[in-house]
Design a binder for this molecule. Structure first.
Ligand code: ZN
Length: 443
């Protein structure tokens, strides 16, 4: 089903495609070619991240020249001195053929708006006008072909010191799944929620777009992280003005099911528990919890959170989205949009993912924030008796999990809305450890 190459940072998928017009097929081919060319740039970034320049040096240099702190600069040491070079200058040679492919696709497509966005994207790659491209894509009407290409800040990179990573995906919008996701969206985002300090939060709920795509290729950062869903952009100011867009990825979900969820499932749960969930339950449960995670992000744009929590922000932010998301599944259940079996499958999938990440903690550096989030979730559930350990197996009490989620989500949102880095550190110290006995018995 998939062709992978770790060295190349490319994953190709082979989804069943709907009927496309001749020009759409040509455009699609060019987009995939363009996406492939992103991988070498990402690999360059990986190499540079090992240069040994530390956070302190960069912060010091940033006081004199803000270019050092930009998400879109490469920082190198030349003759013992730090130098910041803009991405589009540093990678100009590698970017030129990518922009060419996008331009060519733009000249072929019958969809003028899509062609226009491709041109703006091509220009952004060559000149650094990234926000222009982000806004153009956010303004576009839904279209069957989908591409994201260029440097993206996922806030997730301690590795690159908050530098944007080059990434690309290309896919076809899946109409049936997109309709279902938008149904989730309509219900979860219309529910009126009291937040503690509304003035501290950016509300973009009326500007959220959502789609599910069948993926042809993941390149660069996406091939490394194998995300099943994203909600972009991350910049609160752009989100406030232009909205955000959720994208879920079908084939990477299948991949995660096979590589992470199923192995973890058979490791940590007893035979009799496992008989209650089919592979299809878990596939849908995994995509389902990621869908509501991405939707929950729309409630979590606290204006100063990233500034206040600093390096600990992303861990809390990501866990808060899952925990709040699972709570937001409540209205879906009440309105019979999902069954209780589906809600349980979502929770089981997240438990499996959490144990998988904790087990991989030693090798999976870029995912460190999510590992910490997983540990917090598991330890919090254990403390509340919502998860128990017996004979090396995990016993899940869904009713208790659902109740404990309320409390955990309250704590996490407090941290995001008005916590300090110190509060967050104290909380992480209490719950973010990797439980020894779990290592021994389960992992
Ligand atoms: Zn997220």
């Amino acid at each position: 089903m998939t062709k992978k190459s770790n060295q190349e940072a490319i994953i190709e998928f082979n989804p069943k495609l709907p009927r496309l017009s001749a020009s759409e097929s040509k455009v699609l081919k060019l987009l995939v070619e363009a996406a492939k060319l992103i991988a070498p740039i990402y690999l360059e970034q990986e190499k540079q991240s090992e240069s040994g320049i530390n956070r302190k040096e960069i912060e010091e240099a940033g006081k004199k020249d803000p270019a050092f702190l930009s998400q879109y600069t490469v920082i190198e040491k030349v003759n013992g001195k730090l130098v910041a070079t803009a991405y589009h200058v540093k990678y100009a040679k590698l970017l030129a053929p990518i922009a060419e492919k996008l331009e060519k696709a733009a000249s072929i497509t019958d969809n003028r708006e899509f062609g226009n966005a491709l041109r703006i994207q091509a220009k952004a790659l060559l000149t650094g006008s990234y926000n222009e491209a982000i806004i153009a894509w956010l303004k576009n009407k839904p279209y069957i072909l989908d591409i994201s290409i260029g440097p993206v800040d996922h806030f997730d990179d301690q590795l690159f010191f908050r530098k944007a990573s080059y990434q690309a995906w290309v896919g076809i919008v899946n109409a049936t799944d997109t309709e279902k996701l938008n149904n989730y969206k309509a219900i979860t985002l219309s529910a009126r929620r009291k937040t503690e300090v509304p003035q501290k939060r950016v509300d973009n709920r009326d500007k959220v777009k959502a789609k599910v795509i069948d993926v042809l290729i993941f390149s660069g950062f996406m091939a490394r992280t194998k995300f099943v869903g994203v909600n972009l952009p991350m910049d609160v100011n752009i989100v406030e003005k232009y909205g955000s867009e959720i994208t879920l990825f079908n084939q990477p979900n299948d991949l995660r099911l096979k590589e992470q969820i199923l192995p973890s499932f058979s490791n940590i749960f007893s035979q009799s528990f496992r008989e209650g969930f089919s592979q299809e339950d878990l596939r849908k449960g995994n995509l389902g919890y990621i869908a509501i995670h991405e939707l929950a992000h729309s409630y979590l744009y606290y204006r100063n959170a990233s500034k206040n929590l600093k390096d600990l922000f992303i861990c809390i932010y990501e866990l808060a989205a899952t925990v709040l998301g699972l709570r937001m599944a409540g209205p879906l259940l009440l309105e019979d949009v999902i069954t209780s079996k589906r809600l349980e499958s979502m929770i089981v999938a997240f438990i499996c993912r959490s144990f998988y990440l904790i087990k991989k903690a030693k090798t999976d550096k870029p995912m460190v924030n999510r590992v910490l989030g997983s540990a917090i979730f598991i330890n919090f559930m254990l403390e509340n008796g919502a998860l128990k350990q017996r004979d090396g197996m995990v016993i899940a009490n869904f009713m208790k999990i659902f109740i404990a989620l309320q409390e955990l989500s309250f704590i996490l949102e407090q941290l995001l809305s008005s916590g300090t880095r110190k509060d967050t550190e104290t909380f992480i110290k209490k719950y973010g450890y990797l439980n020894e006995s779990f290592e021994r018995y389960i992992l």
